[in-house]
Design a protein around this ligand. Structure first.
Ligand SMILES: [Zn+2]
Length: 202
């Protein structure tokens, strides 16, 4: 006669009548034939009342999971190195500038599509004064909602040479949808040989 114990799978709760010889004196790893869950089953405390016939589908005694074989781990390590190497090569080939502009564009487009300014600069001109220059023109809101004028960059050129670049913020200058709002900017500059000025929304 075999001594049998009732063992329950803690994953799917299937119950088994298990021959204690299978577990041995120290217990064993067993696998549930219903859900394939593996656990360590301690041997039962012998009981004369547990004489139950063995079921049709018994538990299967298995070896504990082995760590990946050496060859496998070397293969994975190699694969990781190749991937990392090609990623680095990709970064190098793309070039920092190209990549950063691509990244920032991508991030901006993800963050907020409104980042691309619908405000345009129209009829921009400038006049030299004794202390600097006066810039004037219009901000045109091409969108259908009210907008604030974003910061602008102003480039001072002498022929084709960039002399100076300045940033200017229009604090809370709102433009209504479709509106053309005139602006007038008095800028100090030490440069006297300015031949052209460009203003950009960036
Ligand atoms: Zn199970």
């Amino acid at each position: 006669m075999l001594l049998a114990v009732i063992v329950q799978c803690s994953s799917c709760s299937t119950r088994y009548h298990l021959d204690d010889d299978v577990l041995g004196s120290k217990g064993s790893y067993v696998r549930c034939t219903s859900c394939r869950y593996v656990w360590y089953q301690e041997p039962p405390i012998p009981s004369p009342y547990a004489l139950i016939p063995l079921p049709q589908y018994p538990l299967v005694v298995v070896q504990p999971k082995k760590t990946p074989r050496r060859g496998q781990s070397f293969f994975l390590l190699g694969l990781c190195l190749i991937l990392a190497g090609s990623a680095l090569a990709g970064l190098f080939l793309l070039g920092q500038k190209k990549l950063s502009s691509w990244l920032s564009q991508d991030i901006l487009s993800l963050m907020d599509k409104e980042v691309v300014s619908p405000i345009q600069i129209l009829n921009f001109s400038f006049k030299k004064t004794l202390s600097g220059v006066v810039c004037y023109g219009y901000f045109h809101n091409t969108s259908s909602t009210m907008r604030y004028v974003p910061p602008v960059s102003i480039y001072f050129f002498s022929q084709k040479t960039l002399l100076q670049k300045v940033q200017h913020k229009f604090h809370h200058l709102a433009v209504l949808p479709g509106e053309k709002k005139s602006f007038y900017l008095n800028l100090d500059t030490k440069w006297t040989d300015i031949s052209s000025i460009e203003m950009k929304i960036e």
